[in-house]
Structures are given as C-alpha cells and as structure tokens.
Design a protein around this ligand. Structure first.
Ligand SMILES: [Zn+2]
Length: 484
C-alpha cells in the first residue's frame, strides 16, 4: 500500500474517474491513509470517445482497491465491476439487498452481450482485436456477483421514535481494515435498492447522491432525507430541466398507442429492464382497465425485465415498495413473453397489432435492436421513448428526428412514428435536486456536480451557487480533490 499517495500526505482524496463530463461510467475513487474505496463501478455508454475508456487500463491497479460501494444496479453504475474483477480486484462490493439482487441479473446479461458482441465482431471482421475479445465474460460476471455483499437493512423508524426522516436504509459498515472508511447507504428512490452513499474517512465525510428518484415514483417509496456531509457529489442528469407536470393519466402514451393500433401497426417501447419496464407495464394495465387503449397483446421481450419484475415483487424488498404498487405488480397478468430468440424474432411479424416492451431503454443493445431494425421502416408502427436518452445513443438519435439509424452495420430508414413520453422519468429534475441539497442538515462546504451532460451540470452548478453558500465545482475526468 506504500504506493498510495495518501500514505505520505494522509489527507483522504477523491478522484473522478467517471460521470465527469458525461452521464455514464460513474467511478469515484477515495484514497484514504489506509486504503482505497471505489464508489460506483459503472460502464461508459453512449459516445464512442467515452466507451473507449472501458477498454483502457484502470487508472490505479484494481488489486490496490480494498472495497467498492455501489449506489444502484444500473449498468452505468455497476457494469464495470466484472472488468475490475478481471483486472485483479478481490475485495467486497458493498451495497443494499435490492441492488445486489438486481445487479446479479444485470451483470449476467451484460456479460452475455459483451460475449455476443465479440462474437459478432469476429464474424463481421470489424474488431481491432484479433481475435475479438469481450470486455469481460460470464465467468468474470459470476466472480463480480460473488463479490456483492448486501448489507442488512435497518428499521427506518429508529427506536427513539423519530420519523423515517432519519432514513438510513442500511447499517453503516467499516470498510477495512484497509480502507478504514465507514459507509452508510440511504434510500434514493430511483430504482429498487438505489441509495445515496455516505463515506466517512480520515476526518472527511463525502455524500454521493447516486441517482436520485422523483418523489412520485409510482412503485417505490420516496427517497429518505440525506445525512450531513462536508463534501457532496451530486448527479445532474436533469440539472438543466424541470419535468413537466406528471401526466398521471398517460394521455400522450394512450393517444400514440390508439393511433398506432388504429393503423394496424406495432408499438415498440424501448425500456430499461429494471424499473422502467415495471412502471410502463403498470401504466399499460391501467390504460387497458380504463378502456383508454384497446386490450391488445403486450409482449415483454426482455428476459432481464421479467427477472427484475420478480425481484420487485419479492416480499424481501417490500420495505422499499409502495404497498398498493406491490399489489398491482402482483396482479399484472396476461403478459406474453418471448423466451427464445426465435420467438422474439417472430414478434416482428405479429399479424395483429401489439405492444412490445423491450430493453435496452436507449436502444444501445438488447432485443429491442432487432425490433427496431424490422419495424422502423414502416410508417404504421411507432416507437415510444420512455426516459432519458443519452447523447450518442440510438434512442437520442430517434428522439432528435434522424431519418435513418445504423443498426448492426446497416442503415435503417426511420418511417415509424417516434414519440417521447415524459411521464416515465425516474430522475429528479433541477428543482428536486436542489431540494435534496436543501434537506441536508447543514450546508456542505463543497459540492461537486457530476453525472450530467456539460450544459446540465453547469446549469445545476449555477443553481447551487445561487441558493447555497458553498464552493461548487464541475470536475473534469481524472480531477483529484482533497477531503480534509
Ligand atoms: Zn440510474
């Protein structure tokens, strides 16, 4: 451990190795006097210049990292863990029970995709590597899953009878003996298991917001109040936007579905397998119940989404889920599932109008890709986009009205109707992010704004400067700050 710079200075330091200048690849390294802790271990997605970083050597040797703490199970927060393990990391990945359950599903799927991509590149001959290698394989993912260490939940209403405001979703643990840091997970209300993470190390304290949910998430209980910290690292996905009033009746979605079915088309809904699919399915069930849309077949063409749905319905995680939503999730019926690739392909010629909900949510991979390839060229079909679409993804291109998209080496004309639904965001908007900061028991000394496109991060930073008396920065990739 002598190679740690802090072994000499002893002041803990924080380095931004991801979600700095972009929304993906979250990785924040804390160097303490006695070791290293990595908060989040996310994969870069979207623009090539960022994705290429997935393939670079990790900035510090992975075997010098004592532990990882994961805020939640989205790929851009946990999807690099198998690569870290492949690179030599052998410590625990601390997280909540919900995140551990979901991350297992997500990492296995990601490894399969990596292997498929490498195989596709081998057959297509478009890889720089010879033979093409996956970033990690299923064996690496299994080793990463074995490293996941869910912490036991604690009661949110403590024995002193205080309200759930204390909101510590999980016990503090001492990471160590190497890292000598204490880590606390606080419910963030973004997806099941999602948390903000408080790290106390060497006299410094830093609170990572993780991705923050919205107060009116239809399935999850709202986030808890954040604890005090001298340094805060806050996400800014929607740092420059206010969400429109939530359309609880989903009028735009219902109209788009009715139009599509009226012209005999298929509705494709790219949705994140985790959380978004659950919300979309509840909305569809609701629309059918209210006769706002015809009762056409709904296909959930994502084995991962169905696995995630089971985790959401699992009584083990009931403490995070709104009781009425749990009941409605359990009642969801009539869902059709494509189990095999052949069944999935047959959905492209259904013979009758239907709705296909399929991952990935930004159309960067997964089965939704071949649905788009077959269904985009016909104007009777529609694609309903259900959330944030990062720059450089096909979802973003479709949202911006491109006339053709490149899919598996082919240019596919876009004639289908493209509709963006604002009702399904699971990210706090700028006002909600500022409100979260305002709920800290004390104003932090420093706030670092991460996890946003540059304009969004800058806008949130300006808002924080206006409302709070603290230092604010938008860190660059690789920037290092002291936490003393
Ligand atoms: Zn997320």
């Amino acid at each position: 451990m002598d190679d740690h710079p802090q072994a000499r200075t002893r002041a803990p330091a924080l380095t931004f190795y991801g979600a700095a200048g972009t929304v993906t690849g979250s990785k924040f390294l804390i160097d303490g006097a006695r070791g290293r802790l990595l908060v989040d271990c996310g994969l870069y997605q979207g623009e090539k210049r960022w994705r290429q970083r997935n393939w670079e050597d990790f900035p510090v040797p992975p075997d010098t990292i004592d532990a990882v703490a994961l805020t939640h199970a989205h790929l851009d927060h946990c999807g690099y863990l198998p690569a870290l393990v492949r690179g030599g990391f052998t410590g625990p990945a601390l997280t909540t029970a919900g995140t551990a359950a979901l991350a297992a599903v997500i990492l296995r799927d990601s490894a399969h995709l990596q292997e498929e991509e490498a195989e596709g590149a081998r057959r297509g001959g478009w890889s720089r590597h010879d033979p093409p290698l996956p970033l990690y394989d299923v064996a690496d993912a299994e080793r990463a899953i074995a490293a996941l260490q869910p912490l036991p939940p604690v009661r949110t209403d403590d024995s002193a009878g205080r309200a759930p405001a204390a909101g510590l979703a999980n016990q503090s643990v001492c990471v160590g003996p190497g890292a000598g840091a204490e880590v606390t997970f606080v419910r963030a209300g973004h997806i099941l298991g999602s948390s903000s993470v408080l790290v106390e190390v060497g006299g410094g304290s830093v609170l990572f917001s993780g991705d923050l949910g919205r107060p009116d998430h239809p399935v999850l209980l709202p986030r808890a109040r954040p604890p005090a910290a001298r340094t805060v690292v806050i996400e800014s996905t929607y740092g420059d936007r206010a969400h429109p009033e939530v359309d609880l009746e989903h009028h735009v979605m219902a109209d788009a579905i009715r139009r599509t079915i009226g012209r005999g088309g298929t509705v494709v809904i790219p949705a994140f397998a985790v959380d978004r699919t659950e919300i979309v399915l509840l909305a569809l069930a609701d629309l059918v119940e209210r006769h706002a849309i015809p009762d056409v077949p709904v296909w959930v063409d994502s084995p991962m989404a169905l696995a995630a749905l089971d985790i959401y319905r699992d009584p083990a995680h009931a403490a995070e889920v709104r009781p009425d939503a749990l009941e409605r999730l359990r009642r969801l019926h009539g869902l059709r599932t494509a189990h095999t690739a052949e069944e999935s392909i047959r959905l492209n010629t259904p013979g009758t109008p239907c709705i296909i909900v399929s991952a990935s949510g930004m159309a960067t991979g997964g089965r939704v890709i071949h649905h788009l390839r077959h269904l985009l060229p016909q104007s009777r079909n529609s694609v309903l986009l259900t959330g944030y679409q990062a720059v450089g993804t096909r979802g973003r291109d479709l949202q911006e009205g491109v006339r053709e998209v490149k899919i598996t080496g082919h240019y596919v004309p876009v004639r289908a109707e493209i509709v963006t639904l604002d009702d399904f965001s699971v990210h706090a908007d700028s006002g909600e992010l500022l409100a979260w900061l305002g709920e800290l028991p004390e104003t932090p000394e420093t706030v670092h704004v991460v996890h946003g496109e540059p304009a969004a991060a800058q806008a949130l930073a300006d808002g924080i400067r206006r409302e709070f008396d603290c230092a604010v920065s938008v860190p660059r990739y690789g920037e290092r700050v002291l936490l003393d």
